[in-house]
Design a protein around this ligand. Structure first.
Ligand code: SF4
Length: 510
């Protein structure tokens, strides 16, 4: 289907539809769409003069019978299977549901069903999120760039490096300032990158004064062209604690090189408890507590996330009053990717020597304890604004209902985390949604599925659009729909534990 451009004049008002075109009113762009063509976002089309949501409405079915994970959208022709009476084990997601604009109109689908004899309602809409972004967790020790460094896509700034976590580097991408506060191109590039990331596609990003990185949800990061395989076992100090027993009988000294906390066996509490004698080793950097050193080198893509390629550069000369020729030394990174074995010569200089089998086995054990390095992508969006008006005429009641755990929020059927405090700001792991669940509009903003499920009684009490409630069985008449099995391990949105008061026959309080 060919795409029509939006048709808004410079004053921001929409002219009357030209002959043969219809106007899409699902977002502020208000496209005029000719027959057989789609609007600027490719989500809506003119099909024989009728404004039609192009993608199918996605229904989830309990995976009990299937045992399958959620699969991508079915292809052309794989539409509604003819079942006329969807069972309560079906859940209507907002994927493909469409958007209402402006928001004072009821959401596209407000669907009732019975769960354990209790009338429930699910309000679904594809929310348009100008306030949204992505938090990306990159399992790697490698230095991606300084904290606060800009992250670019297509040359445009779309986010920044933020505080690193345990064994992972973190990126904060998108947000209203990049979407709306910069140039048009910055907003467009931000939207494009967010959309691809949320739809689990690979995106190449460049960090100012840092690396180039390919990020894809659920896949290993590729940093400067190198696939990251392992997430570190822990910091250098933790690694000493974990493997001290396996080391102390086979080697006199161990240094676990780490950009954050480098560990030294003989000085570490673990070594002390195992009676590992001092070796006279001296490290560069800042000693924090015994056997734990900060800043032994600069951050980089070398050993343990430092910039070093030769581990001996972090050592000062051994203390001649303590050190003895023949002392053995293992230096290893926090992933076990780098390791070298040394023996002190007569001048107390470490000389690299073939690694004994027992020591090699200990390095393999470090590697074995590393988890696969992955990129995790969490969409974060704020539904605290006008989107709530599609659910109720009194939007603050919806917010309160969510906070009171009377209303459950899901995104494409997936569990979300709702932040405490004001509004409905939620996060969801994009790998838990069916493929291509996200869309965009060229305002620019992301379109994300969001569902609110509660008892019908609670919906009435919060001022819901009761006249728009329709039974789940009526969705059989929706021509474009697909049923997907809910993912194994995903909490079923109607699960009784989400509505303990209601399904126990005890009405919730507001
Ligand atoms: S961008 Fe999409 S949703 Fe917005 S008016 Fe155009 S076709 Fe409709």
């Amino acid at each position: 289907m060919t795409r029509d451009a939006p048709a808004i004049d410079d004053a921001g008002t929409a002219a009357p539809p030209p002959p043969g075109k219809i106007r899409c009113d699902a977002c502020p762009v208000l496209c005029y769409i000719a027959d057989g063509r789609s609007g600027a976002c490719d989500r809506y089309a003119n099909v024989d003069g009728v404004l039609t949501r192009v993608d199918p409405l996605v229904m989830l079915e309990r995976a009990v019978e299937h045992g399958d994970a959620v699969t991508p959208f079915l292809g052309e022709g794989a539409e509604w299977d003819g079942a006329l009476a969807p069972s309560p084990s079906r859940f209507v997601t907002a994927i493909g549901a469409g958007t209402t604009y402006p928001d004072y109109k009821p959401a596209p689908f407000i669907v009732s069903s019975q769960v354990e004899g209790v009338d429930m309602v699910t309000v679904v809409t594809e929310g348009i999120f100008s306030y949204c972004g992505v938090k990306a967790k990159i399992d790697t020790d490698r230095h991606l760039g300084p904290e606060r460094a800009l992250v670019r896509y297509g040359g445009e700034p779309i986010g920044h490096v933020t505080t690193g976590e345990y064994g992972s580097q973190m990126l904060s991408l998108g947000g209203v300032h990049h979407l709306t506060g910069g140039s048009k191109k910055e907003g467009r590039m931000t939207c494009e990158a967010l959309l691809a990331l949320c739809n689990k596609q690979a995106v190449e990003l460049a960090v100012d004064d840092g690396v180039s990185i390919v990020v894809q949800a659920g896949a290993a990061p590729i940093i400067d062209g190198v696939v990251e395989h392992r997430m570190r076992v822990g910091c250098g100090s933790a690694a000493i604690g974990m493997f001290a027993k396996q080391w102390f009988e086979h080697v006199d000294e161990v240094v676990v090189v780490d950009d954050h906390i480098t560990g030294v066996l003989s000085e570490h509490q673990a070594g002390k408890l195992l009676d590992v004698p001092p070796t006279g080793i001296k490290l560069r950097g800042r000693r924090s507590t015994p056997g734990r050193y900060f800043r032994v080198a600069e951050p980089g893509s070398g050993w343990g996330g430092t910039d070093i390629e030769d581990p001996l550069t972090i050592l000062e000369p051994f203390d001649p009053k303590v050190a003895r020729p023949g002392t053995t030394l293992l230096m290893v990174s926090t992933t076990g990717d780098h390791a070298a074995y040394f023996v002190l010569d007569e001048a107390l200089r470490p000389v690299e020597t073939p690694m004994p089998d027992a020591v090699r086995a200990s390095v393999a054990r470090v590697q074995e304890n590393c988890e696969p390095a992955l990129c995790s992508v969490l969409f974060i969006g704020g539904a605290g604004g006008s989107l709530r008006a599609g659910v109720t005429e009194n939007p603050v009641r919806l917010t309160r209902s969510v906070k009171d755990a009377l209303t459950r929020v899901t995104s494409g059927g997936a569990e979300v985390y709702v932040w405490p405090g004001g509004g409905i700001t939620y996060m969801v792991d994009v790998t838990r949604l069916p493929d291509n669940a996200f869309g965009y509009v060229p305002t620019p903003a992301l379109v994300a599925p969001i569902e609110f499920t509660m008892t019908l009684e609670d919906y009435r009490a919060l001022g819901g659009y009761m006249e728009a409630v329709r039974p789940l069985s009526s969705l059989g008449a929706v021509e474009r729909q697909v049923s997907l099995p809910a993912a194994d391990g995903e909490a079923w949105p109607f699960d009784a534990r989400h509505f303990p008061k209601a399904l126990a026959g005890e009405r919730g309080t507001r």
